[in-house]
Design a protein around this ligand. Structure first.
Ligand code: PLP
Length: 441
């Protein structure tokens, strides 16, 4: 990683302003995904661990598009596979698509919950299908989820995870935004993460009406917050006892925490798994994996079974990207690299926190980490929001000015990709030292 001053080749900042204005004129707020608002930068080039803005500034990227980029940006091995696939047999709309069985076989081999796999294009699709399968299989309507966990924008899971307007009296099952059907909250049970008594009580009250219980195996929706010992096991036990479909949302952890997902680390096997992001190193592919009896509901057109349909589901180019990504993961020491760099980063940040006396904590798993400007690590969503947002704002602005790209909000999780070198991490830790001093100034 070079320092900012070496790499800056500034075109006038006005160019970026003009790009935003142009986009804002024809795209709502200039973006097609809400999280992209609030930046000045317009990024125009990516490679490996780095990303360049329109002014020619180089940043080391720890956003990695919120997860998909795991091998490195613009990976030529993946891109060549995609090009070959697109030039050989593109979408046909008929039968199994080129590369579909191969990818499903690869996933069934590594992911404990996968007897069968079906593909779609986004995490939002995958969690929607999980709800449909669970309802079709159980004949019940309600969904349980954890407070703060984000599972996409389907009405029944887009509840209880908005960071905005969360006061002490806000009901846990508040819809995440306008336009979501307000009546769904009657069918959504939201429990605080790591609240074992609350979970038992929720199952005691609603167990017989619950179709599905959604969980992240390791929470990244508000940083990095693991389940306390026994919590996932308790959820598994309660789901089995009450005939509820346990859905693990591995959209962030799948193919990043481990090739077989977090379930292969924690030893708790869900009935269904939603995955996406890192599976295809940046190409739009997501899916559902699960036990045969549940996955068998998909694909039928009937009043009693769920279906899956999508023009772009299992597009051969996205499948090619995923097949190549998983081939590389299986043969290279990607996870050793991701874990070593992640450990180096967390240890370096912890040292910098101790040295500067900043009231902050750092934690994480593998390639992911979170820094919270509060004295102790949070155990749940509410606690995660009790960090000092102003301090984080100064920290973030300092990092950005030093060429380090991280999430703009204080509970964001950050991640590196496998192209990030030991030297990149060492330089970043120096930038973190400066940023911590700025934060407490
Ligand atoms: N589930 C989790 C845990 C996520 O982090 C996300 C996206 O960030 C989603 C679901 C939704 O996935 P997508 O953005 O592909 O719709």
């Amino acid at each position: 990683m070079s320092s900012l001053s070496e790499t800056t080749d500034p075109a006038p900042a006005a160019e970026q302003v003009a790009s935003w204005r142009r986009a804002e004129a024809v795209v709502p707020r200039g973006v097609s995904s809400g999280h992209r608002v609030g930046w000045q930068q317009v990024f125009v080039r990516t490679k490996g661990a780095y990303i360049w803005d329109q002014e020619g500034r180089q940043y080391v990227d720890y956003l990695n598009a919120w997860g998909p980029i795991v091998l490195g940006h613009s990976d030529e091995r993946v891109n060549e596979a995609v090009l070959k696939a697109a030039n050989t047999c593109d979408l046909t709309g008929v039968g199994p698509q080129a590369g579909e069985a191969e990818l499903a076989e690869r996933i069934c081999e590594v992911m404990p919950s996968a007897d069968k796999v079906a593909f779609c294009t986004s995490g939002t699709d995958a969690t929607m299908h999980a709800v449909h399968i669970a309802r079709a299989a159980t004949g019940r309507l309600k969904v349980l989820k954890f407070h703060g966990s984000y599972h996409g924008w389907n009405d029944h899971v887009a509840v209880g995870s908005s960071r905005k307007d969360l006061g002490p009296d806000t009901p846990l099952n508040t819809p995440n935004g306008g336009g979501l059907h307000p009546a769904v909250v009657d069918d959504v049970v939201v429990v605080e993460w790591n609240d074992a008594d609350g979970l038992r009580a929720a199952f005691a009250e609603h167990g017989a009406q619950l179709a599905a219980a959604f969980t992240e195996g390791y929470v990244h929706s508000f940083g990095c917050v693991p389940a306390e010992p026994g919590f996932l096991e308790l959820l598994r036990e309660l789901c089995t006892q009450h005939g509820v479909v346990m859905v693990m949302d591995e959209i962030k952890t799948g193919f990043r925490a481990a090739i077989g997902g977090y379930q292969s680390i924690c030893g708790v096997t869900p009935d269904l798994t939603a995955f996406g992001k890192a599976v295809a190193n940046g190409y739009s592919l997501a899916g559902l994996a699960g036990i045969d009896s549940l996955m068998g509901h998909l694909g039928a057109y009937s009043k009693t079974e769920a279906t899956i349909d999508g023009t772009y589901n299992a597009s051969p180019y996205a499948l090619a990207a995923a097949n190549k990504t998983l081939e590389i993961m299986a043969s290279d020491d990607i996870f050793t690299t991701l874990y070593a760099r992640g450990e180096q980063m967390r240890a370096g940040i912890a040292d910098a926190i101790a040295e500067t006396g900043a009231p902050a904590t750092v934690t994480g798993l593998g390639s992911e980490w979170a820094i919270y400007f509060r004295p102790e690590l949070p155990k749940n969503f509410r606690e995660s929001l009790e960090c000092d947002a102003e301090m984080y704002g100064r920290y973030h602005a300092s990092l950005l000015s030093q060429g380090v790209l991280e999430p703009a909000f204080p509970t964001g999780d950050r991640r590196l990709n496998a192209a990030t070198t030991e030297a990149d991490v060492a330089t970043t830790i120096e930038c973190v030292r400066v940023a911590l001093r700025a934060a407490i100034s």
